[in-house]
Design a protein around this ligand. Structure first.
Ligand SMILES: *[C@@H]1O[C@H](CO)[C@@H](O)[C@H](O)[C@H]1NC(C)=O
Ligand SMILES: *[C@@H]1O[C@H](CO)[C@@H](O)[C@H](O)[C@H]1NC(C)=O
Length: 450
């Protein structure tokens, strides 16, 4: 076992460090410009050569590990057998051990005293936003909790709404059914029932696990030198004025958001009445067309103005022309190459799963994969021929573009520029956008709204 052996003295030192840390924070807050770095650093090695050597080895090993884990995860996601699941869990466990070992080596360095900016940044990335600082027991417990919560999420089944008060025969709706009902039903009772069913059945068994998960992540964050996991997560944005910057952005968009909210609320009241939607209140989460209320694009029939211009849907045309999923991906590739971006590599066409296969269980959630070896990139999507899927195809392929463009960077940098969820929208008027808006909105990456 890769035990984190902590001596009594180590503990005491840590306690003292924590008291000092608290002091530093209090004093720092008084003067307002304390440096977070001092809290985070644990080791004292500032030798640039050794740091470079360590990072070089890490890069090779981590890429290799990432390839193995991704491969096992892909096999399971596209062929959900017990054997594939076991293999995936084994690889994930090896990766967890590797992460722990990496962390132990990385904390021996004092990156604040290393002059090289890149080395500094990579060492900082390896020693923060990691749970590897937990003891073995707690580290394993955390991974166990995460995998249990994923299991719960994947296997929840809910009861359909009983329209005429009869008990439903089967309670076998899964997430994809739930999403379809949320998008298409306009019965307030059915929507409320499904929303409540899903949240009760997902949330209840997860609750205690989630509370424990938060405890453990906060513990790890404190060992890493932060006040809690929230502060540690914000640190990853590499913006010392993050809270303030966010507040300013929010202030800027709030007037627009308020108008949008008032408008959508008015339209929802027109459909569901003031008993369901309070004229002065917030929007009920269950009638926005999405189980998480995070995307309102499924209710154009309710909210879009100008009825005559509503029909942006090319599904009928796609069906008429006999489109196949493969053609949809070829079309997306043509879109990206027309912008001067890269075509999909041969590995993409050879290994991707572009349609739901027969005869085996697969995870249908559309996703884009980077196998960390600079050549193998894939999409998994149970593509159906309609416009929604056509948009998803473009969205996923845009992820692949990112993967290909940062393939030559160090492993640690092959990710989004920061942890913000990248909400990438493909312009529905993509063919026309260059003429309509001038070149700028179509240029990489400005045509994608984040
Ligand atoms: C699915 O995985 C099993 C191993 O669990 C394997 O025997 C089978 O060939 C796989 N099927 C496909 C289509 O890859
Ligand atoms: C209840 O719904 C089912 C299926 O929609 C229908 O066949 C049945 O006649 C309904 N029963 C009543 C009492 O309305």
């Amino acid at each position: 076992m890769l035990g984190l052996k902590r001596t009594k003295r180590g503990c005491q030192t840590k306690m003292i460090a924590r008291v000092l840390l608290l002091h530093a924070v209090l004093v720092g807050q008084v003067y307002g410009n304390w440096d977070i770095d001092a809290r985070i650093v644990q080791g004292s090695n500032a030798d640039l050569g050794e740091a470079l050597q360590f990072l070089k080895e890490y890069d090779a090993e981590a890429s290799d590990m990432c390839f193995r884990v991704s491969t096992a995860q892909w096999k399971y996601a596209t062929n959900m057998t017990e054997a594939n699941k076991r293999k995936m869990m084994e690889e994930q466990a090896l990766k967890a051990k590797f992460d722990k070992l990496t962390w132990r080596k990385a904390i021996t360095f004092d990156w604040t005293r290393i002059p090289d900016v890149e080395v500094k940044r990579q060492l900082r990335m390896l020693t923060t936003n990691t749970r590897a600082s937990l003891t073995d027991d707690k580290f394993n417990e955390l991974h166990q909790l995460i995998s249990e919560m994923k299991e719960i999420y994947a296997h929840v089944r809910v009861c359909p709404y009983a329209f005429n008060g009869e008990k439903p025969m089967f309670c076998d709706l899964e997430l994809s059914d739930v999403q379809k009902i949320m998008a298409s039903s306009r019965s307030h009772f059915e929507l409320l029932h499904i929303w409540k069913e899903w949240h009760d059945k997902v949330g209840t068994p997860m609750k205690n696990r989630f509370i424990r998960y938060i405890q453990l992540t906060n513990q790890a964050a404190r060992i890493n030198g932060f006040l809690d996991a929230g502060e540690e997560m914000r640190f990853a944005y590499e913006d010392r004025d993050f809270d303030n910057d966010l507040a300013i952005s929010l202030q800027k968009i709030q007037p627009l958001y308020k108008e949008l909210l008032a408008y959508v609320r008015r339209k929802l009241i027109d459909t569901y009445g003031p008993k369901v939607v309070r004229p002065e209140g917030s929007l009920p989460a269950h009638i926005l067309g999405n189980i998480w209320a995070q995307d309102w694009s499924n209710i154009p029939d309710i909210v879009l103005p100008y009825a005559n211009f509503r029909n942006f849907d090319v599904t009928g045309e796609m069906l008429k022309q006999g489109f196949t999923p493969l053609q949809m991906f070829q079309m997306a590739e043509e879109f990206f190459t027309s912008l001067g971006l890269k075509p999909m590599p041969p590995e993409f066409w050879r290994h991707s799963m572009l349609e739901k296969p027969n005869g085996r269980r697969v995870q249908c959630t559309a996703s884009a994969w980077d196998f960390c070896n600079r050549v193998d990139f894939r999409i998994k999507q149970c593509t159906e021929v309609d416009m929604k899927n056509l948009i998803t195809v473009h969205h996923e392929m845009a992820h692949i573009q990112y993967y290909m463009y940062y393939a030559d960077l160090p492993h640690l940098y092959r990710d989004g520029a920061n942890p913000v969820l990248i909400l990438l929208r493909f312009s529905r008027r993509r063919r026309k956008c260059c003429n309509t808006f001038g070149v700028q909105p179509c240029a990489f990456p400005k045509s994608w709204t984040f």
